[in-house]
Ligand binder design. Structure first.
Ligand SMILES: Nc1ncnc2c1ncn2[C@@H]1O[C@H](COP(=O)(O)OP(=O)(O)OP(=O)(O)O)[C@@H](O)[C@H]1O
Ligand SMILES: [Mg+2]
Length: 482
């Protein structure tokens, strides 16, 4: 290892970990982050690049196992270690469901745990290189080489987790273009609503590029101070600021030859936009607190769920940086604009989570697919995946996923299709304003009809004043006959 990894420790009590932390930073040069709760882990993993997580399960092993399992699914590339109390029960669940690399029991031995961390990261690196080589030499599969070892199914899965699933024409076109773009070195800008698969597309680009044997590193730019972001991306020298206990390489150089995904690029401050622009123009980095500039050749992929073009128009994002970033510009369409993808995605997620949870599901009922296809999915594919995961968890072995298991949010939503065309009603217009007005008119008329034009009652149900309702009746030209 180059001694520049980041280790995240989920500790019950920071003090107990002081010796381990000191050893990891001083002897190995790791960056160590300590958190206490599951949600903190999730937030940290979204914000910074983490290589290995140590979960200390206190009295409650089940909680620790649940967290490890979640990490396995959401961040399969992060190595997982478990620390148990001396008298805790067996670790078998964590081994099978959480697919941990190793576990150990207290009392903590700093040397032992540091060695395990070091070995865990080495193994991951070897697995990564092996994967690249076997792809290059087209080995049929890893299982034949390694037999039935514990770590093998996980790796196969972790590749599968990264699979882009689609059938829609829109996505076929997009992925064809992305595949071509991948072969170039130009920056790529990927935009689209939350949960549409921007990060997954970025990964696909990297693994379809000539850079695939070098790292792909992800930096979330949201909610970061300039100083922190600078040190994450450009690195820093020891002592450059309080807390900079060792040199840090920075993501751009760590990914040299590979790809850096700058997620939530819309969130970087105007002054940091200047730094990024300079980097894109010159391909040089200058670590914080250092006077040397170092060259580095990374491919930049930027993602945003806010339209940069719009931000440029509002003066909130530099136009020159926007032009630099969009060597290619892709817009991942929201799921509601490509419902044809829903059945394939639902099948994929059902199989993935059935396997992760050890369930034997027969399939998905036709009625359920129909319901899913009619739903709007404001959270897009992420929401679909969460929905399916939840349903898989609620379904017994040997059963189908059915509408019975839908979450209230989806079950109670007005199906989009029904909204557009039920009893002869279709939304008029194309702009949002026109469609919203058309819907408002429909709802006002429908409510008045149900209350036999008793305007007080209708106004009360709609949360309007009588005058407000009267205005709407006038505006939309409604009358008791129509
Ligand atoms: N086409 C797809 N096939 C399979 N899984 C997908 C697909 N698109 C997205 N996913 C899954 O949906 C989830 C959300 O995708 P991703 O994180 O790439 O979205 P995003 O656009 O980056 O969202 P955000 O803007 O919120 O960061 C991920 O778990 C991803 O694996
Ligand atoms: Mg994302």
């Amino acid at each position: 290892m180059d001694g520049n990894g980041t280790v995240l420790i989920v500790a019950q009590n920071d003090d107990e970990w002081a010796a381990v932390t000191a050893h990891l930073t001083d002897q190995f040069g790791y960056r160590v982050l300590i958190v206490r709760t599951g949600p903190e882990v999730v937030a940290t993993l979204l914000a910074v690049h983490v290589d290995l997580v140590v979960v200390e399960a206190g009295g409650n092993i089940a909680e620790g196992v649940a967290l490890l399992t979640e990490l396995r699914v959401a961040h399969p590339e992060v190595v997982r270690l478990l620390v148990l109390e001396a008298d805790a029960g067996p670790a078998s669940q964590a081994i099978s469901q959480g697919a941990i690399f190793q576990f150990l029991r207290k009392p903590l031995d700093a040397e032992q745990i540091c060695l395990m961390i070091e070995r865990g990261l080495e193994t991951r690196e070897l697995a990564r290189r092996h994967r690249i080589l076997s792809r290059e030499f087209k080995f049929p599969g890893d299982a034949a080489i390694f037999g039935e070892r514990q770590s093998i199914p996980l790796r196969v899965e972790s590749q599968r987790f990264e699979k882009l699933v689609y059938v829609s024409e829109k996505m076929v076109e997009l992925c064809d273009l992305a595949r071509q773009a991948a072969r170039t070195d130009l920056p790529i800008l990927i935009q689209g609503e939350t949960g549409t698969g921007k990060e997954l597309l970025a990964r696909a680009v990297h693994y379809n590029s000539l850079r695939r044997s070098s790292p792909l590193l992800v930096q979330n730019c949201g909610g970061m101070s300039d100083e922190l972001l600078h040190s994450e991306l450009f690195g820093h020298k020891r002592g450059a600021f309080t807390g900079a206990i060792s040199d840090r390489l920075g993501l751009f150089r760590a990914a040299d030859g590979g790809t850096v995904l700058l997620d939530e690029i819309s969130e970087v401050s105007p002054s940091f936009q200047v730094s990024l622009l300079r980097f894109l123009q010159e391909g040089e980095v200058k670590p914080l607190g250092s006077d040397k500039t170092l060259s580095c050749k990374v491919r930049i992929v930027a993602a945003s769920n806010r339209s940069l073009k719009m931000l440029v128009a509002k003066g909130e994002f530099r136009q020159d940086l926007y032009f630099r970033l969009k060597g290619f510009e892709f817009e991942v369409p929201p799921l509601r604009d490509r419902p044809e993808d829903i059945p394939a995605l639902a099948e994929f997620f059902a199989a993935k989570h059935a396997e992760a949870l050890g369930r034997k599901i027969l399939g998905i009922s036709a009625k359920l697919i129909e319901r899913l296809m009619a739903y709007d999915f404001p959270g897009n594919i992420r929401e679909l995946e969460n929905e399916i995961r939840r349903m898989v968890a609620l379904t017994k072995d040997g059963e189908y996923l059915t509408t019975r298991h839908l979450s209230p949010a989806v079950a109670e939503a007005i199906p989009r299709r029904d909204l557009r065309n039920p009893a002869g009603f279709a939304l008029d217009g194309t702009t949002l304003k026109e469609q919203v007005e058309s819907l408002e008119k429909h709802l006002v008329r429908e409510t008045l009809g149900r209350h036999r034009w008793n305007q007080s009652r209708a106004a009360e149900e709609l949360g309007l004043s009588r005058l407000g309702l009267a205005n709407k009746i006038k505006r939309y030209g409604l009358g008791e006959s129509g």
